[in-house]
Design a protein around this ligand. Structure first.
Ligand code: IDP
Ligand code: MG
Length: 141
């Protein structure tokens, strides 16, 4: 096991239903520590750059529109095996396939409006964290 950091986003479907605290509680109960967090407004340009890897997928334009439809909470989570652990805590992309107790099983509305994002690899975690956060915003204790 190694201490890792991962990027989480609480998506507009969840912020609009006032679920930030409940999602943070699930995150903290899993042992992950929220070491940085801010509620922000994504623009079309920022959301498109963040999801660039999906730009040729049929759902790309809809996904970008969804991500700018309300505030998002971007956060950095730290802990043992944080990247894989948070993927487990989130559950499968499609909430119908997500396991009981996961964030997506409890809160997601659809495969698109699925409440949270989590990085899927060390490389992507590093890229995604620096996409949203400056070094001075990360106090790693
Ligand atoms: P992930 O968030 O579980 O890593 P990805 O495949 O990376 O899933 O997809 C990024 C996001 O795009 C998903 O979280 C979801 O919001 C959206 N998405 C993925 N697949 C579909 C789809 O088939 N239809 C609509 N939206 C999708
Ligand atoms: Mg992904």
């Amino acid at each position: 096991m190694s201490i890792e950091k991962t990027l989480s986003i609480i998506k507009p479907d969840a912020t609009s239903r006032n679920l930030t605290g409940q999602i943070n509680s699930i995150i903290e109960k899993s042992g992950l520590k929220i070491i940085a967090q801010k509620r922000i407004k994504l623009t079309k340009d920022i959301a498109s750059r963040f999801y660039e890897v999906h730009k040729n997928r049929p759902f790309f334009q809809d996904l970008v529109s969804f991500m700018i439809s309300g505030p998002v909470v971007v956060q950095v989570l730290q802990g043992d095996d944080a990247i894989a652990l948070y993927r487990q805590v989130m559950g499968a992309t499609n909430p119908e396939e997500a396991e009981a107790g996961t964030i997506r099983k409890q809160f997601a509305l659809s495969i698109e409006a699925n409440s949270v994002h989590g990085s899927d690899s060390t490389d992507n975690a590093n890229k995604e964290i620096s996409f949203f956060f400056a070094e001075t915003e990360l106090y790693e204790s």
